[in-house]
Write a protein that binds this ligand. Structure first.
Ligand code: HEC
Ligand code: HEC
Length: 193
């Protein structure tokens, strides 16, 4: 969580510039998705800790996220700039493409003891909305299962700092938990395979 977001932004920015010309080459779903692959991996299976998997995410969550990035209502290191480069129609085409990919649960690095402790908190406080270990495609909360831990931590930090609006009912659950309990439940999500 103590990560230097500016440095991270610069780093992913340079990767983005290398891929930017591909946007002009064509607008079929898989060609557009290729532009995203530098960070979100082939077919949305992220290969790096700062970018979420997109594979299997619901169309509505994808569309809402891209719109929020475009309008600047969701904090971003890079996605605000990227989202502005696409029309609503192109975004919908990509949404269909990523929703059609199987959810990627890779069991990313995590602490097994924390994940075990987090399972109980998950059942009590998160399962209602982040169904099936956070892996339910079509869930309007996005995919949490198998996401990189640093990504989960940035998201939670943005919510807790008030930079990103947390769903009210989620906030009610999160408020009741200690930092250690939150950390454990994020390890639980990362441990899903
Ligand atoms: C240079 C790296 C990079 C590229 C290229 C990139 N992204 Fe992202 N993406 C990120 C990062 C980092 C985040 C987290 C938000 C942020 O910090 O901007 C993110 C977040 C997202 C999210 C939110 C997912 C969630 O679970 O909440 C969506 C949707 C998304 N990106 C779609 C795309 C699409 C579509 C493309 C290609 C057109 C793309 N991204 C290209 C780095 C990238
Ligand atoms: C009442 C339903 C609800 C509950 C309970 C809930 N969440 Fe969420 N959560 C959501 C929704 C909806 C989103 C998507 C918010 C958005 O669109 O920005 C979300 C998003 C998230 C994200 C960001 C995902 C991303 O891709 O950016 C994380 C991390 C998260 N929740 C963790 C938790 C944890 C941990 C718990 C349990 C302590 C929890 N949530 C409980 C509904 C809920």
């Amino acid at each position: 969580m103590g990560c230097n977001k500016k440095a991270l932004g610069a780093l992913i920015g340079s990767v983005f510039m290398a891929g930017a010309t591909q946007v002009l080459a064509g607008s079929s779903a898989s060609m557009m998705a290729n532009t995203c692959a530098g960070c979100h991996g082939t077919n949305g299976q992220s290969a790096g800790p700062a970018s979420p998997n997109l594979a299997g995410v619901s169309e509505s969550y994808f569309n809402d996220s891209m719109k929020a990035f475009k309008e600047g209502t969701r904090p971003a290191t890079i996605m605000d700039r990227i989202a502005k480069g696409y029309s609503d129609e192109q975004i919908e085409t990509m949404a269909t493409f990523f929703a059609g990919q199987p959810v990627h649960k890779a069991m990313v690095p995590h602490d097994a003891a924390k994940a075990k402790a987090g399972a109980e908190t998950y059942d009590k406080s998160c399962a209602k909305c982040h169904d099936e270990g956070g892996s339910l495609p079509g869930d309007d909360a996005g995919i949490l299962a198998g996401q990189w831990l640093p990504w989960l931590e940035y998201s939670m930090a943005d919510f807790k700092a008030g930079n990103r609006e947390m769903p009210k009912k989620m906030a009610k659950q999160v408020e009741k938990l200690s930092d250690a309990e939150i950390e454990a439940v994020l390890h639980y999500f990362a441990s899903q395979k």
